[in-house]
Design a protein around this ligand. Structure first.
Ligand SMILES: *Cc1c(COP(=O)(O)O)cnc(C)c1O
Length: 370
């Protein structure tokens, strides 16, 4: 049996006529870039998250970048983040002219280790970007306490964590600004690139609204140096429809993850993802850890099971970031995650046969490579 890593069509098929109707509305209104449908989705997503404001963006990368700019981060400043993330988190910092400083992750959940923040603090530190990796929120309370103590802003990278919770509150609403990506494969995905920020601060929201539209606070009144980072009307229409089933899709992901947890428990060579007590994990990615990762991945591929690696080389060891002064050994927990992590297929429309096939082949692969 072939199992794809991700099957978006199984999720979109039942909504096809609804999408078509929404497209016709967009064609008739001609609001393609920004416009009323974007404003409508922003309202829905803010309400969903429990935030006062949502600002639609062209991508998750735009969201991170403009959030930092809205916080006043610029040349000479430092931002503390993790290297166990997609490169976009770090790109946004560099794009502002600021310098990224990395802390290592915790072994138990692969998110920012708050106890290491102190070691990276300097008098230039302005902000912290924790990443809710794989759909599980970072341990926000100690991060927020540290930030408050030192007058730093906290921007959450919630690109993988739509609907995830920390102590009953939604990811993205815990810090000063939360950043989301709606890249097609994310838990809430558009039909192309899109992103958004959420915040409870009206001043940050107003600034990000201006920045995404060439810094304009009124037509042809450029109060700030901005950029074009608007969300498309068509993407907002798709997202508005899909947002209604986000909770259900996340529950399905959690159920499939629970099935994996149960069926794969006790395999000696496999470490399963752990859900930390204060969080509701939304399993954007179901990442296991294995020592002979490449052999196991090859074995699974030969049996028709698609897998992924998130991420094979941490950001601090990427060539583009070699000037930051890190090397192998700088962030041991991050590096061992990169060496051992393996992402199994997980998407809302997975069938129990597909889950069964993955489980069988993972069992075969791990026993064959012991
Ligand atoms: C996807 C992702 C981004 C970037 O989002 P885009 O919409 O692709 O620009 C940023 N951070 C993390 C952790 C991501 O997974």
């Amino acid at each position: 049996m072939k199992v794809p890593f991700l099957d978006l069509y199984s999720q979109h098929k039942p909504l096809e006529t609804e999408f078509e109707e929404a497209f016709r509305t967009i064609i008739k209104s001609s609001s393609f870039a920004g416009g009323p449908v974007v404003a409508d989705f922003e309202e829905d997503f803010a309400r969903y998250c429990g935030a006062a404001h949502c600002v639609g963006m062209g991508s998750g990368t735009d969201a991170l970048w403009l959030a930092l700019l809205a916080c006043g981060v610029g040349p000479g400043d430092e931002v503390i983040t993790v290297s166990a993330t997609f490169a976009a988190t770090v790109e946004a910092i560099v794009q502002c002219g600021a310098t990224p400083r990395f802390v290592d992750i915790r072994e138990e959940d692969a998110t920012m280790d708050p106890s290491q923040l102190e070691s990276q603090l300097t008098d230039r530190t302005r902000a912290i970007i924790p990443v809710h990796l794989y759909g599980q929120p970072a341990d926000m309370d100690p991060i927020l306490a540290f930030a408050r103590k030192h007058g730093l802003l906290v921007i959450e990278d919630a690109a993988q964590a739509h609907g995830a919770e920390y102590k009953g509150r939604k990811a993205g609403t815990l810090g000063d600004i939360g950043c989301f990506s709606f890249y097609p494969g994310k838990n809430l995905g558009a039909f192309g690139d899109a992103g958004a920020t959420v915040t409870n601060d009206p001043a940050f929201a107003a600034k990000m609204r201006a920045l995404r539209d060439h810094g304009q606070t009124a037509k042809y009144d450029h109060e700030f140096f901005g950029w074009n980072a608007r969300m498309d009307g068509i993407q907002a229409a798709v997202l508005k429809i899909k947002l209604r089933s986000l909770n259900e899709a996340n529950s399905l992901r959690r159920a499939h993850a629970a099935a994996y947890d149960e069926e794969l428990a006790g395999l000696e060579t496999l470490e399963l993802p752990r859900q930390t007590p204060d969080t509701r994990h939304v399993y954007h990615i179901y990442a296991v850890r294995v020592f002979q990762r490449d052999d196991i991945q090859r074995h699974l591929a030969a049996s028709g099971i698609d897998t992924g690696i998130h991420y094979p080389v941490p950001v601090h060891l990427q060539r583009a970031y070699s000037n930051l002064g890190y090397s192998r050994g700088s962030l041991p927990a991050t590096e061992s995650l990169s060496d051992e992590t393996l992402s199994l297929p997980l998407f809302p429309g997975m069938t129990s046969d597909q889950i069964g096939a993955v489980v069988d082949e993972v069992r075969n692969a791990t026993s064959a490579t012991v």
